[in-house]
Write a protein that binds this ligand. Structure first.
Ligand code: RIB
Ligand code: CA
Length: 311
């Protein structure tokens, strides 16, 4: 079985960092590159966080800086959850990683066009600005990518407004472009990610594992958990790692082929992913929507990923 070649597109905050850890030494996929976008924090901060995580863990994937703002709206960040740095909590040593000179969007186009069709799976875990720009500049990417497995949206409630999830709401126009691009889109939304909740007991167990990644995970998740409990009144969900888990073990997820449209103009509903689960629109499906996940298989994947970074 050929291992998927993955390009992560991140807005490194706490759960993006966990996704990078899962992909960085995976035994189920190859991390080819990381592109970075504005989201949880400004691009300079999400880039620095990505460089720091890869430097700390010795992940040598090339890292590209991308779009520093959404297509239309002003940037939306999440400092109450991820802090002023975007990854409050861990203290990093000197960073040995440096961003590539090419722009992330140019890299995405060049990589997809220079490889055989179907080579790369793009895994966006932040707002879809980089991905939308690449698809607009190079519409052929939709057919050249093996797929786009994105963290975002929900068939039900949102997490920023009652309607909208953060990654979609941060750039709804970009999301609309991605869902209508013709690419093989898999939506890993709140329907499944909010069932993957890190509690105190599991955090204590993971952070005590004999591994550099476990220590970084612990320092990061301790702060993420405190913010989620204070601001959201809940334990933190493993939103972004769920995407890496899907690429690693898609059979652990239950998905449905659905039509997904993005609300752009509703004063109360802008950024909603309108998921036609019952097919009432009679529109052709344009995405696989994850509706269930085997949580035990997810946690086993995360724990084994953390163990793969020796002390
Ligand atoms: O709604 C959760 C998503 O928004 C996650 O990707 C988190 O990192 C933030 O980007
Ligand atoms: Ca993210």
């Amino acid at each position: 079985m050929v291992r998927p070649k993955v390009i992560l597109d991140v807005d490194t905050g706490h759960d993006d960092a966990a996704a990078i850890m899962m992909a960085g030494r995976s035994d189920a996929l190859d991390l080819a590159a990381i592109t970075v976008v504005s989201g949880n924090q400004s691009l300079d901060k999400t880039l620095r966080n990505t460089l720091n995580v890869c430097s700390e863990l010795g992940i040598d994937a090339p890292i590209y800086a991308g779009m520093d703002r959404p297509l239309i709206e002003a940037p939306r960040h999440a400092p109450r959850i991820h802090g002023e740095s975007g990854l409050d909590g861990p203290v990093f040593g000197p960073c040995s990683c440096v961003a590539e000179s090419a722009h992330a969007v140019d890299f995405l186009i060049k990589a997809a066009r220079s490889a055989q069709a179907g080579t790369y799976t793009l895994v966006p875990t932040g707002p879809l600005t980089n991905v939308a720009m690449a698809l607009r500049l190079a519409p052929d990417l939709a057919g050249r990518l093996a797929g786009i497995v994105l963290m975002g949206g929900s068939a039900g409630r949102g997490n920023v407004t009652p309607s909208a999830e953060f990654n979609i709401l941060a750039d709804p126009e970009a999301a609309a472009i991605v869902f209508s691009s013709g690419a093989r889109v898999t939506m890993i939304g709140l329907d499944v990610t909010t069932t993957l909740v890190l509690d105190d007991e599991r955090l204590a167990r993971y952070r005590s594992l004999p591994s550099r990644a476990a220590r970084l995970f612990g320092a990061s998740m301790e702060r993420y958990m405190a913010a989620c409990r204070a601001y959201l009144g809940e334990f933190p969900a493993m939103h972004d790692p769920a995407c890496v888990a899907y690429v690693s073990d898609p059979e652990a997820f239950g998905v449905a082929e659905c039509r997904v449209d993005v609300e752009l103009s509703g004063s109360l509903t802008r950024g909603r992913t309108v998921v036609d689960l019952a097919g009432v629109t009679r529109k052709a499906p344009n995405a696989r929507v994850a509706l269930t996940v085997d949580a035990a298989r997810f946690w086993a994947m995360l724990e084994s990923a953390l163990r793969r970074y020796p002390d």
